[in-house]
Design a protein around this ligand. Structure first.
Ligand code: FAD
Length: 374
């Protein structure tokens, strides 16, 4: 590609959605890009994500706006791949527990006030709007149906993005071992890996998921971290007839491209055992309870056979908002660290690439700069 930026060498660390999306956007802008990742592609959070595309409920106006633009980019992608089984916009259905924590009426009023497409449904109205749900599980306060929401299978998306990246001349280095950013003369000058590889660069983007706070601490930058250890269970294919993403008090569920479901729940995070050597142990009883909770919200309460599960860190900044862009203290060093990285994946890559290649700092990122923790 012949563009003014074609001499800029950029290393992207991380083979998840943020690394893949950024690498492609950088290559589209004419940079010479190498994506370096520790293991395989989608080996961490992006390979075990519920990946519900949404901006539901309560958050800052700036974050809501960025998420909505993020969903818009998925809409554009869906128009390009209309038959893709890995990207669906069949809506989301949410209900809360039947106790004092129920905020469904408040959430609905808020969503309406900001123009977020939402319908408040009584349990008996749900079957006519979205299939596959056991309406007896819906609490009396009702459920919010958000028709504009969807889900994405991130490993499939990452393959699509990186196929295009490769056609643009991008280089992908998997099984690289741990990468470290090399600093020379006070700026990011390249990357070295525990597998013995070295890469020189004019800029480095660290899109290393949950490893970002630790990596930037090497250069004296603090990103407060609230990353939990999460669990996502995958069923064997079943006839659930579910189309929407379900967010319910005890479990969140979505369909997969191959006719199975994946599901997770905040309570299950507390049951994961962390060993001193950094490994995790998932109890069989937790997986079974999750499967029972998933069955209880599906029409016909099908028996759910567990195929597999993924366990590990879910990147979450402590203030809940994305951390995106240049580190002021180290020229050439950029980071991408966010919760809801599925929803944010495409737009984040686009905005960071423009910042890295053209120095264009989007006003959309003003609230999300790493410097806010300084
Ligand atoms: C259970 C679960 C449910 C979720 N649900 C949703 C949801 O409903 N909606 C939503 O929008 N988001 C959701 N998310 C969040 C979303 O999946 C993540 O934010 C996103 O996948 C993170 O992508 P990433 O590229 O930042 O990180 P990751 O996918 O974790 O990728 C990081 C990559 O960096 C590599 N790496 C790390 N350190 C190094 C190093 N030193 N050297 C080289 N490589 C390194 C890793 O091997 C990995 O390939 C969920 C996540 C989980 C786990």
């Amino acid at each position: 590609m012949n563009s003014p930026s074609s001499s800029l060498r950029v290393i992207v660390i991380g083979g998840g959605i943020l690394g893949a999306s950024s690498a492609l956007q950088l290559a589209r802008l004419g940079a010479r890009v190498t994506l370096v990742t520790e293991g395989g592609l989608s080996s961490e959070a992006s390979g075990r994500s519920l990946a519900w595309l949404n901006s539901a409920r309560f958050r800052s106006a700036e974050y809501h706006k960025l998420r909505m633009i993020g969903i818009d980019r998925y809409r554009t992608l869906a128009a390009r791949y209309p038959a893709a089984p890995w990207l669906r916009f069949d809506g989301g259905l949410t209900w809360d527990a039947d106790d004092n924590s129920n905020r469904i009426a408040e959430a609905f009023a808020h969503e309406q006030s900001i123009g977020y497409d939402a319908r408040l449904l009584a349990p008996e109205q749900v079957a006519a709007v979205t299939p596959g749900v056991d309406v007896r599980a819906i609490t009396r306060q009702g459920a919010i149906f958000n028709p504009g929401e969807g889900w994405v299978d991130l490993p499939s998306l990452i393959r699509v993005l990186l196929d295009e990246f490769a056609t643009l001349g991008g280089e992908i280095v998997t099984q690289a071992g741990r990468a470290t950013v090399e600093i020379k003369g006070g700026r990011a000058a390249g990357v070295s890996t525990t597998s013995g590889k070295r890469f020189e660069a004019d800029a480095v983007l660290v899109a290393a998921g949950a490893a970002v706070p630790r990596m930037v601490s090497d250069v004296g930058v603090r990103i407060p971290d609230a990353t939990p250890i999460s669990l996502l269970v995958r069923s064997k294919p079943l006839k659930a007839g579910l189309r929407a993403v379900l967010n319910t008090p005890r479990v969140a569920v979505r369909p997969t491209p191959d006719g199975a479901i994946v599901f997770d729940a905040a309570w299950s995070e507390d049951e994961v055992i962390r060993h001193a050597d950094g490994t995790y142990e998932v109890q069989e009883s937790t997986v079974q309870k999750l499967a029972e909770e998933a069955s209880a919200v599906l029409a016909g309460n099908p028996k759910i056979e567990v195929d597999s599960y993924g366990v590990g860190p879910k990147p979450v900044p402590q203030d809940g908002e994305p951390v995106l862009g240049a580190l002021d203290a180290v020229p050439g060093y950029f980071v991408a660290f966010t919760h809801s990285g599925a929803t944010m994946g495409l737009i984040t890559g686009e905005l960071l690439a423009r910042e890295i290649v053209a120095g264009e700092v989007s006003p959309l990122l003003a609230k999300f700069r790493p410097a806010r923790f300084a």
